[in-house]
Ligand binder design. Structure first.
Ligand code: PEP
Length: 249
C-alpha cells in the first residue's frame, strides 16, 4: 500500500525569517495527519532551520536541488553530503525550471539520482511535457524516455523508494491544472514503464505524484486517481492553504 506524499516546492521564496513563520503557521495545521507524508522543500539557506523547527513533527524536509559530485570546484553548487547533513530526507531533481533555466539534461538528472541514493536521500524526480509536445501527441513517449533515463542503472530496491513527479510544464504556475483523467493517463504510463524496466513489484511500490497548479479545490480529485500518490505543489505550498491540500479528504 503506497502512502500518499504531498511535497511543497517553495522555489526561490522565503528568507530564513519568513521560512520560520510559514513553518510555524503550517505545523499545527498538518499535525496529526498520519495518512499523508508531508515534505517541505525550502531554499538551501533555510534547510538547517527548517529541520530544527520541524523536529518531532510529521513534517520532513527536502532540498530543491543538489549537484552530483562529492565536493570540489563547483562554485555555487551544493553537494549531496551537505544536503544530507542538514537533515534532509528528500531532494527534488530535474524540476522543469532547472531543465529550462539551468540546462539540466536527462543524463545529469540520472547522475544526480544515483548520487542522491548513495547518500541516503530520496529523490523526487520531475518529468513532464511542454504544451507543444502535448499538442504534437508525444507526451507519453517523452515522459517514458525521461523516466527511463532518470532511473538508468539505479538499483531496483532504490527505485522502489523513489518518487516521480509528473509535472506538465504548461500547468506549472499557470493556474491551468491537468484534468484528473489527463494526469492519471500519464502517471499510469510512468508506472507502466517502471514495470517494464524493473518489474511489477517495483512499479507497485514507487510513488508517482502529480504537480501543476494543485490547490485546495482540486487536490482531492487528483489524488483519488489510482496511479496518483499525492502531489508536488509550488505556489499553493507558500500559504496556510497548503494544509488543506495535505488534509485533502
Ligand atoms: C512546481 O513548481 O513544482 C509546481 C507544481 O508549481 P505550481 O504548483 O505553482 O504549479
Amino acid at each position: 500500500m503506497r502512502k500518499t506524499i504531498v511535497a511543497g516546492n517553495w522555489k526561490m521564496n522565503k528568507t530564513p525569517k519568513e521560512a520560520l513563520e510559514l513553518i510555524e503557521t503550517l505545523k499545527p495545521l498538518v499535525a496529526g495527519n498520519d495518512k499523508t507524508e508531508v515534505v517541505f522543500c525550502p531554499p538551501f539557506v533555510d534547510l538547517l532551520l527548517a529541520v530544527e523547527a520541524t523536529k518531532g513533527t510529521n513534517i520532513k524536509i527536502g532540498a530543491q536541488n543538489m549537484y552530483c559530485a562529492e565536493s570540489g570546484a563547483y562554485t555555487g553548487e551544493v553537494s549531496p553530503a551537505m544536503v544530507k547533513e542538514c537533515g534532509c530526507e528528500y531532494v527534488i531533481l530535474g524540476h522543469s525550471e532547472r531543465r529550462a533555466y539551468f540546462g539540466e539534461t536527462n543524463e545529469l538528472v540520472n547522475a544526480k539520482v544515483k548520487k542522491a541514493f548513495e547518500h541516503g536521500l530520496t529523490p523526487i524526480i520531475c518529468v513532464g511535457e511542454k504544451l507543444e509536445e502535448r499538442e504534437q501527441g508525444i507526451t507519453i513517449d517523452l515522459v517514458r524516455m525521461q523516466v527511463k533515463i532518470a532511473l538508468k542503472d539505479v538499483d531496483p530496491e532504490n527505485v522502489k523508494k523513489a518518487v516521480i513527479a509528473y509535472e506538465p510544464i504548461w500547468a506549472i504556475g499557470t493556474g491551468k491544472t491537468a484534468t484528473s483523467v489527463q494526469a492519471e493517463e500519464v502517471c499510469c504510463a510512468i508506472r507502466q514503464v517502471v514495470a517494464e524496466v524493473f518489474g511489477q513489484e517495483v512499479a507497485d511500490e514507487i510513488r508517482v505524484q502529480y504537480g501543476g497548479s494543485v490547490n485546495a479545490g482540486n487536490a482531492a480529485e487528483l489524488f483519488a486517481m489510482p496511479n496518483i500518490d499525492g502531489g508536488l505543489v509550488g505556489g499553493a505550498s507558500l500559504k496556510a492553504d497548503f494544509a488543506k491540500i495535505v488534509n485533502y479528504d
